[in-house]
Design a protein around this ligand. Structure first.
Ligand SMILES: Nc1ncnc2c1ncn2[C@@H]1O[C@H](COP(=O)(O)OP(=O)(O)OP(=O)(O)O)[C@@H](O)[C@H]1O
Ligand SMILES: [Mg+2]
Length: 248
């Protein structure tokens, strides 16, 4: 893991009417780290990543990338700045093929201005291959399993030069084998220097994959730590705000 800070969010606040969803949250992301976001339901995890990915724009506090302050006008601006988000509802077009989805909006053309299908298949191979994904690029995305669709989205993010990849509960709809494959894909992303933000309620997964974890509670940072099996009680204590034994 490098110490280079890719993204710094500082003093992030957000209110929805009378609800303080976030109150002064600091979060740093380093190149090549997997950073888990933990917290009970309603703690503010999705709101924080919606701000990072430009979905929520009216917030307090600052975001900087590589030391430069940024202000996202919307999701496209965040994407252009290298922040890709894999939402639970995937953003692919089911009727189009894997290759078509990967190059959507920037399709390679032949000299005759027709779709360059060979270049598309090559691009699909180039971006899916390193993720260890064996998916026929001609298949319609709608015919793939959820885990495969996720890999296509990750490949697309890489092809768009994402430096930060945000995943909100990526394993919620996956079978065990797909979870294992996602874990190895995340390791490959880390090797490439991508910062991965990983939201999950499954502590075992987080202990397995995350380099650091930030725990949110009631819209505030309760703590940032290196998640380890030995620390599970401590993590739960941070999440709920009282010693874990008191829960049982
Ligand atoms: N669009 C919205 N309008 C009003 N309140 C909202 C909105 N989005 C979030 N909130 C509120 O802000 C707080 C933080 O919600 P958020 O969705 O960020 O939590 P979360 O940590 O992602 O929870 P979960 O684990 O259930 O996904 C909650 O009290 C929630 O009800
Ligand atoms: Mg959420």
């Amino acid at each position: 893991m490098s110490d280079q800070v890719t993204v710094a969010m500082s003093g992030i606040t957000k209110r929805f009417g009378g609800v303080h969803a976030l109150r002064g949250v600091d979060l740093t992301l380093r190149a090549g780290e997997v950073h888990a976001l933990l917290g009970e339901n309603g703690a503010g995890k999705s709101t924080l990543i919606n701000i990072l990915s430009g979905v929520v724009t009216d917030h307090g506090g600052e975001i900087s990338i590589g030391g430069q302050p940024v202000r996202f006008a919307g999701p496209a601006a965040a994407q252009a700045a290298g922040i890709a988000t894999i939402h639970q509802e995937l953003d692919l077009v089911p009727a189009l093929s894997v290759a078509e989805n990967l190059v959507l909006g920037r399709e390679p053309r032949t000299r005759l201005r027709t779709l360059d299908r060979r270049a598309m298949a090559r691009a699909a191979q180039d971006w899916l291959g390193p993720l260890g994904a064996r998916i026929d690029p001609r298949r319609p995305v709608g015919s793939l399993r959820v885990g495969e669709q996720q890999l296509v989205e990750i490949a697309k993010a890489l092809s768009l030069d994402a430096r930060v990849l945000v995943m909100d509960e990526p394993t919620a709809a996956l079978a065990d084998a797909e979870v294992r494959r996602l874990m190895s894909t995340i390791r490959a992303l880390r090797e490439r220097g991508v910062a991965v933000v990983y939201i999950s309620h499954r502590l075992e997964e987080i202990e397995h994959i995350a380099d650091r974890a930030t725990v949110l509670r009631n819209g505030e940072v309760a703590g940032t730590l290196r998640p380890d099996r030995a620390d599970r009680q401590r993590i739960i204590t941070l999440m709920v705000g009282r010693p874990a034994e008191a829960l049982f």
